[in-house]
Ligand binder design. Structure first.
Ligand SMILES: [Zn+2]
Length: 395
């Protein structure tokens, strides 16, 4: 019910296909983030029209509210989100280490304080798997320890060791037959056994720890592997250094997922180094701040220069927003704080990311990814309202 097939390569870049219980996904794929049971401000119909093929839900948020058992009783996360296409949940680890007030970290797991009611919540490898079984996504993630970006070698080494142990415990829990109360829940008596468990490589920017982490995971022979612990302030060059090694560290017949990375230049760099899956809040969060991605740079739609601009966000874009609304209208909606503004720009940004990934897949098939990527990145980062501002530093 789950599988990965590599269809073509261009250097280390891979054109592939994921098979899941809820359908196929062409890779490389970008997954919009549906944090707490919704991709903020857009309906599943709008997501599909914007080209989204697979989305992500956050276990941390859902286990605290409404609770994984409640989601299961409502028919599972697919049903709750009215999303019948492929779905991935993270383990909650990243949010525990970045958002929550952590109480205690041990060999067994982590105890943290809920940001909603202050109660103490324990997350262990077995519980992370159990909760994700209740949610019922097609791909679930191991619990891992995400050390902060500035952690030293010893601290990262300890996190790698702990994450490797937790990966094994998650694998054991994932292999357990479904029993007891779980089996009694509607719609979920069988779905759990079709879920694919991905391990997560840690190791920060340290090549030796990245290699050790990957080796420990590969031993477990999991359906897929993720690269975690990046996008924590290490910068583009350090990210590239980490990714340079992954094609040799992770098996070529399994999907590879780079967690939390969404800057177009990082996506390109990662695809070139053999990554297949991405997720990031960038297109949706920036949309809610009136920032639109285009092939000619980013637009700040609150900018006064758009007030009487009758052109769409992007003349080349075929999304619902660009077919129906001008920059001037969008600016007005944001200035008037109309909720339609964030919805419309979210639709456009998701369409941009989907189109961007389609262009990447076509270029891999044609064997022209590197040449195409240079031209795209020059246009994406040099034009728009932010020309000469911080975006130029990103190059
Ligand atoms: Zn558009």
């Amino acid at each position: 019910m789950f599988g990965y097939q590599c269809i073509a390569t261009d250097g280390k870049a891979r054109l592939g296909r994921l098979q899941t219980p809820h359908g196929k996904v062409e890779t490389p794929v970008f997954m919009p983030v549906g944090t707490a049971g919704s991709v903020k401000g857009v309906t599943p119909d709008q997501l599909i029209a914007a080209g989204a093929g697979m989305i992500l839900g956050n276990t941390y948020h859902l286990m605290l509210r409404p609770g994984a058992e409640t989601v299961a009783r409502l028919g599972g996360l697919h049903r709750v989100m009215a999303w019948e296409a492929p779905l991935l949940t993270d383990s909650g680890g990243y949010q525990v280490f970045s958002l929550a007030h952590m109480r205690k970290l041990s060999a067994e797991g982590v105890t943290f304080q809920s940001h909603i009611d202050g109660s103490a919540v324990e997350l262990t490898p077995a519980k992370a798997v159990y909760v994700q079984r209740l949610l019922g996504a097609d791909v679930i993630m191991q619990l891992d320890e995400c050390p902060p970006g500035q952690a030293d070698h010893d601290a990262v080494a300890a996190a790698v060791e702990r994450s490797a142990r937790w990966a094994r415990l998650c694998r054991d829990a994932w292999r357990e037959p479904l029993t007891g109360a779980f089996q009694a829940l509607p719609c979920h008596s069988t779905q759990g056994k079709y879920q694919a468990l991905f391990g997560i490589q840690q190791g920060g920017v340290h090549a030796d720890l990245r290699a050790a982490s990957a080796a420990a995971l590969v031993e477990l022979d999991l359906p897929g592997y993720a690269v975690g612990g990046v996008s924590v302030g290490e910068g583009h060059e350090a990210l590239c250094d980490v990714l340079d090694a992954i094609d040799d560290q992770l098996p070529r017949n399994r999907p590879r997922y780079l967690m939390g990375v969404g800057e177009p230049r990082d996506i390109i760099a990662a695809v070139i180094r053999g990554i297949d899956m991405f997720d990031c809040v960038l297109p949706t969060r920036n949309a809610r701040n009136a920032q639109a991605f285009t092939w000619q740079g980013r637009l700040r739609l609150r900018n006064a220069r758009h007030a009487e601009d009758a052109a769409p966000v992007d003349e080349m874009c075929g999304c619902y927003t660009c077919r129906n609304y001008s920059r001037g209208t969008l600016r007005h909606l944001f200035m008037a704080k109309e909720m339609l503004g964030p919805t419309l720009v979210t639709i456009h940004n998701l369409h941009f990311f989907s189109t961007f990934m389609t262009a990447i897949r076509k270029a891999i098939a044609a064997g022209t990814l590197k040449a195409s990527a240079n031209a795209w990145l020059a246009a994406i980062y040099e034009g728009g309202d932010e020309e000469g501002e911080k975006e130029s530093e990103v190059l």
